[in-house]
Design a protein around this ligand. Structure first.
Ligand SMILES: C[S@@+](CC[C@H](N)C(=O)[O-])C[C@H]1O[C@@H](n2cnc3c(N)ncnc32)[C@H](O)[C@@H]1O
Length: 326
């Protein structure tokens, strides 16, 4: 994710992702109130919250804030005679090159007083669509629009990564802890040809090929560039989670009200959304010199893509899942 708070930063171009947190807010509040059991809570220890995949923008602060408010509400309604409020400890977790300085600034501006950057968990919100490595065989730049074999390789890698993610979290989650996942996906039984999910990546791939044809970058570098991003389906995700013997699904539903055209109403916001998310990957692979040109080209091509810009073809969904220990 693009750090800082500049025009193409993730912090300023993540309104779509923020939409997922907004859409999950009432569910999070309701489920915390309903499922959290404070019977065994010790007031001498702090209450731990972790956000896995927090990135560097304000969204993570919003998510943590919603959780803390819901916990305050739960405490005051369940234990009206206890006057002290619990202490909260928040862990922000992301890849090591994440701009944690920008996040620190956000958290200070939002009056979160202490910040820990390291892996841990008691309760977490998560944003899972990244896979850990480029699967083989390799796609042009993404599995959409590639062969079934390539799509299968991405699916296998996703399966492996989520299983390993859940295994690690199941060891960390405290006895009465809750874990919320927000996972981007596509509906069960969906066909690539009916929707624009992934088409943006194909369009970006064609811009990279144009640069290769003009000799600005090498074609073999385009061939070896593969986006480690995967859109699962509710069924696939459910099967993966169910294979974990230590965690169980308490709730799974598709978030309502997630419309890309509401959160990114114009062409420029669509371009910046993609740039903020992919800037780092492209910079690392091709160098920073091509970035402006690449996204100018992408913007021109996108302006002519009635398919991608048509709200009817935007079929991607956000899958909300609440997990507890078995
Ligand atoms: C789409 S962003 C979501 C950020 C934030 N949660 C939000 O709602 O705006 C996904 C984040 O997951 C992070 N990520 C991907 N793989 C990860 C991993 N293996 N460990 C930790 N973070 C990871 C990415 O770096 C990125 O910041």
């Amino acid at each position: 994710m693009n750090g800082g708070d500049g025009p193409s930063s993730y912090a300023r171009n993540s309104s779509y992702q923020r939409g997922a947190i907004d859409a999950a807010e009432s569910l999070l509040r309701k489920e915390i109130h309903k499922r959290l059991d404070l019977t065994n809570h010790s007031f001498s220890s702090s209450f731990t919250i972790a956000d896995f995949g927090c990135s560097s923008g304000p969204n993570t602060i919003l998510a943590v804030d919603i959780i803390i408010q819901a916990l305050h509400h739960k405490f005051s309604s369940s234990l009206p005679n206890v006057k002290s409020t619990p202490e909260f400890q928040v862990f922000f977790n992301d890849l090591s090159h994440t701009d944690f300085n920008a996040l620190l600034l956000c958290s200070l501006l939002n009056s979160l007083t202490s910040l820990q950057v390291s892996p841990a968990l008691s309760m977490g919100t998560c944003f899972l669509r990244h896979i850990s490595t480029w699967p083989t065989p390799l796609a042009k730049i993404h599995y959409t629009g590639s062969s079934a074999e390539v799509a299968q390789a991405y699916s296998c890698q996703f399966d492996k990564d989520i299983k390993s993610f859940l295994r690690a979290r199941s060891h960390e989650l405290v006895e009465d802890g809750l874990m919320a996942l927000i996972v981007p996906g596509v509906p069960d039984g969906f066909l690539d040809s009916q929707c624009s999910t992934g088409s943006e990546f194909d369009l970006l791939g064609s811009c990279l090929m144009d640069l290769a044809r003009e000799g600005r970058i090498k074609e073999e570098d385009v061939d070896s560039f593969n986006l480690p991003i995967y859109y699962t389906t509710p069924k696939e995700l459910e099967d993966i989670i169910r294979s974990n013997r230590e965690l169980k699904i308490d709730k799974m539903e598709i978030l309502e009200g997630m419309d890309a055209h509401d959160t990114m109403p114009d062409l420029n916001s669509r371009v910046l959304y993609l740039r903020a998310a992919l800037d780092g990957l492209i910079r690392t692979h091709f160098g920073h010199q091509i970035l402006d040109d690449l996204f100018d080209r992408y913007s021109l091509k996108l302006a002519h893509s009635s398919f991608i810009l048509n709200p009817q073809t935007h079929k991607s969904i956000m899958i909300f899942t609440l997990l507890t220990r078995c």
